[in-house]
Design a protein around this ligand. Structure first.
Ligand SMILES: [Zn+2]
Length: 60
């Protein structure tokens, strides 16, 4: 399952606070490489759109 590889929280690039994932994967597929994963900071509300690049050991 790719989903478990995507973190629920990241560190905010603006203030160093905790940014929570606000986008959810399709239930059947999980996040796929190239999908946009959105995080929002709980402290400053800064929004970060990250491209999920998958994991290094993904099957080819
Ligand atoms: Zn922040």
């Amino acid at each position: 399952m790719n989903t478990s590889e995507v973190p629920d929280t990241i560190t905010c690039v603006e203030c160093g606070g905790t940014a929570h994932r606000v986008s959810y994967p399709p239930p059947d597929e999980g996040f796929l490489p190239g999908d946009i994963v959105v995080f929002a900071c709980e402290d400053c509300n800064h929004r970060m759109d990250l491209v999920w690049e998958g994991t290094a050991d993904d099957d080819q």
